[in-house]
Each structure stands twice: as structure tokens, then as C-alpha cells.
Design a protein around this ligand. Sequence first.
Ligand code: G3I
Length: 318
Amino acid sequence: SDTLRAHAEARGKFIGTAVATSPLANESAYRTIAASEFNQITAENAMKWDATEPSQNQFTFSGADQIMAFAEANDQQVHGHTLVWHSQTPSWVQNLGADAMRSAMQNHIARVAGRYASNPVLKSWDVVNEVFEENGSMRNSFWYQKLGDSYIADAFRYARAADPDAELCINDYNVEGINAKSTAMYNLVRTLKAQGVPIDCVGLQSHLAIQYGFPGQVQENIQRFADLGVNVRITEIDIRMQMPRDATKDATQATYYTNMVKACLAVTRCTGITIWGFTDKYSWVPDTFSGQGAALIYDENYGRKPAYTAVHDALAGG
Ligand code: G3I
């Protein structure tokens, strides 16, 4: 067939989308496209700490299980997002002392990653998310303040113990091209590997904006991580613009999607591309960047945009 997923499969890659639990439950058009066009999904919010452990040791998996069931029904792989992050983490975690915080992290990882460890649909986890500042120093999060950078290696070790088969990733934004932040990530991954820390993969979120230009040396950046012996994935791509849309902006956006997909296709260890949603009807962008939007490959009425064709043709081509 002529779907994105069929072409990606033929290339040995995944093409995925983030999914939100509410439209997944309530809208058949949303379900149909998510199932037919993508062979990988990521929970946009449902596997985060505030969703899975809102109170200490009180775990709630309704949203996470809903997403797993959808993936099982549609022969899709799931990327778990995310075990340790400074955002969407309840205040009870943030208020713990150092030893209790480390124990809570271990317990959270054991319970959340452990729940799906025997399920072959769950292929990978973002173990730590967004641990860097833009200048490449460690993000001054509550994790770092209480535990120092040791929390990163600990999180990977706990995750390996909880799910020995999952691909374990570090994930961040503004690390698509070669820059201070991606170089800091490169140095951290190299150090962790040298220390025997179980890290398997690097996630490049790829929240781009046409007005900021396309990042430099994306393929070279992917390749340098691959050369460290880890896989790379494009985990959250969307490409926003100043509203309103017009044909010129759509064309620029389509070119950016083409460039990212081709950069991944060009590197064997780049395993695939996840788009952060698929329809402009549901996107985090307008809520966060006032006046911006239209970042995805379908419009708000589920019509295909030039960006859809760009992704399709890049996956289908040669
Ligand atoms: O669930 C509550 C709901 O009960 C409440 O009524 C409503 C009112 O605001 O808020 C709902 O929570 C929102 C949640 O999404 C679920 O819809 C939060 O306010 C909102 O802040 C949250 O936004 C998410 C954001 O992460 C939070 O950091 C976005 O949907 C999600 O797309 C975004 O995803 C992140 C990745 O996880 C990490 N990388 C960056 C990416 C974009 O910011």
C-alpha cells in the first residue's frame, strides 16, 4: 500500500506519531490515520510521571495501557516517554531529600518500565529527558540540584534492570545539528558508554520552526552519535510557523521535513522518525508559542498538507 508506514517498513525504519488519549478514545478519523499511516507511536503525555504516579507509590496506568492496547491492535511499536524529567513531575517528588528522591526514581522506573518489560510492543524508553541547558551545561533541575549528575547513570541502570530488552535513550531538543548542546550530549554519551552505563540510543526531538532556519550538519550529527555505537531516532519532530499558513510557508516546512527524513534515512543507525502528533487540530505549539502553529503534516480537518507529501516521498524515494 501507499501509506507512510509501508514505505518506512520497506526502508527498515519506523515512522511514528505521538498520540493523545482523548482523541484516541473519541475520534474515529484520528484513530484511522494513526493506525493506517504509522507503525510506531509515543504517548504524548500518558506515560509521564504525573500521569503514572501522581501520588507516591499510587500508580495509574489507564492512559498508558490504552496506548499500549492501540499499538497491539495495529501492529505498532511503542516508544516509552518518559521516565525521568524535570517537567510534568509531581511536587511530591521534587520535595524529597536526596536519598528518598533516588529511591523514588528507582521505584518509579521499576514499576513503569517493569510493567511493560515483557510486552514486545514496548521497544524503547526515553530514560532521561532534557538534561542540558542550551549552552551545554547540565540543566539546573531539581534532579541535578539534589543528586548531581549521578542521577543520569543511575536512571539508565535502573531502567536496564527493569526492562533488559528495551532500547534505552537520552532525549533532548535543539540537538539536531552540531552545536554546543549537541556536543555536550555527545560527550556525555561517550563518557557513559566508557563507564559501562547501559545507554543504547539518542533521541533528537526536532521541534523546529521555519523562521529560525534549518539546523546545520544534521546528518553529520546523527553520524557522530552512530559512531559512538548508539542508535539515533528523531523523536518529536514538528515544524511550526508564524500563523497564518500560506503556500510559501507550507513549502518551506515541507522542505524541512524532507531534509530531516533524508538525514535519518542516510544513516543506518538512525532507526526512524516520530512526528509529535499528526493533525494541526491537536498540537502543543499554539498553547506554548503564541501566534504560531500549523506544525504537523495534516491540517485541522485531517487533510494532507505538503508536509505529508514531503514525508511520503522521502520515505518512498530511491
Ligand atoms: O491534563 C490536564 C487537564 O486535566 C487540565 O484541565 C488541562 C488544563 O490546562 O491541562 C491538562 O494538562 C496539560 C497536558 O499537556 C495534557 O493535555 C498541560 O496543561 C499541558 O502543559 C501539557 O502539555 C504537554 C507538554 O509536553 C508539557 O510539558 C504537551 O501536551 C506535550 O505535547 C508536551 O510534550 C513535550 C515532550 O513531552 C517533551 N519534549 C517537548 C514536548 C513539547 O513541549
